[in-house]
Design a protein around this ligand. Structure first.
Ligand code: SAM
Ligand code: GLN
Length: 276
């Protein structure tokens, strides 16, 4: 028998951050992730043997590098409680910058048409639909596995998003007022990929320079945007100049970038204006 306080201390010896240990203990006890205060108030409670085994099992998975979100099966994104597992990328806080920008440029009139390319868990599309229930939101992914996760999230949140399997804009006729995407953007030889080995490689790696998918989307978007529509893209920490260049060369105007909370240029976008 061990107390909750001792179980948390033991996790530290495995190298776990205290916050992770607390969240894993709450998960093991079947309690909500926001009940850390409850843990503090019960630190002399005893763990049953099977709870103890379950807790140290998940601690070992975390210590081996598995994202906490996969172990607990959930991730909070833009205030939404999303289900996630190894079929999808774990939504990142920096992607909230892209959602905020999307909401800023989405036309105020009802029925604005939006598509989220490479939706994964559905994070971006579902966040936009929550903030703008009047918008017509579509989302695509090339991965049927990812679409199954996005669909489960849409259903659990009672949000209506049109999900479609396809490669970027190939099967999405448009026109759209907004195209938004967080595509794979890590260079295939980037040593950083090793730290992301638990997540799907198809959600991360994008050719020798990481720009393969960003440039494919920039190339396809003009044929699908309404005049005055925006294309907004998330990209890597050092890719903003290259993405602005791609947007400019494709004929986009108002090309600019936005920083994430860490002050890194994390998204770039432009506005499509039909001439004449
Ligand atoms: N939008 C989610 C988010 O921000 O958390 C997931 C983004 S993840 C970086 C990129 C997604 O793009 C993955 O779900 C992957 O399956 C999808 N993807 C990769 N290649 C694609 C393609 N050719 N067409 C559409 N989606 C693709
Ligand atoms: N932001 C992810 C990272 O940790 C990469 C996601 C992506 O390729 N879009 O680098």
């Amino acid at each position: 028998m061990t107390t909750l306080a001792r179980a948390l201390e033991a996790a530290a010896t495995l190298g776990l951050a205290r916050l992770d240990a607390q969240l894993l203990l709450l998960h093991t006890l079947g309690r909500a992730q926001n009940e850390r205060a409850w843990l503090l108030a019960h630190d002399t409670d005893l763990l049953e043997d099977d709870q103890r085994a379950g807790y140290f099992g998940v601690c070992r998975r975390r210590a081996a590098g598995e994202p906490l979100a996969y172990i607990v099966g959930r991730k909070e994104f833009f205030g939404l409680d999303l289900r996630v597992d190894r079929r999808v990328l774990v939504p990142r806080p920096e992607t909230e910058t892209l959602v905020e920008w999307a909401l800023d440029v989405l036309p105020a009139a009802p029925n604005a048409r939006v598509i989220d390319l490479g939706t994964g868990s559905g994070a971006i599309a579902l966040a936009i639909k929550t903030a703008r229930p009047d918008a017509r939101v579509e989302a695509t992914d090339v991965s049927a596995d990812a679409l199954a996760v996005a669909e489960a999230n849409a259903r659990a949140l009672s949000l209506e998003v049109l999900l479609r399997q396809g490669s970027w804009l190939a099967d999405a006729p448009g026109p759209y007022d907004l195209i938004v995407s967080n595509p794979p953007y890590v260079a295939q030889e980037d040593s950083h990929l090793a730290a992301l080995a638990h997540e799907p490689l198809g959600a991360l790696a994008a050719g020798p320079d990481g720009l393969r998918d960003l440039s494919a989307i920039v190339e396809q978007a003009p044929g699908r945007l309404a005049s005055g529509g925006w294309l907004l893209l998330e990209h890597g920490y050092d890719q903003a100049p290259a993405v602005r260049e791609l947007l400019g060369a494709a004929g986009f105007g108002s090309v600019t970038s936005r920083c994430d909370l860490a002050g890194i240029e994390r998204c770039s976008g432009g506005k499509w204006l039909e001439l004449g």
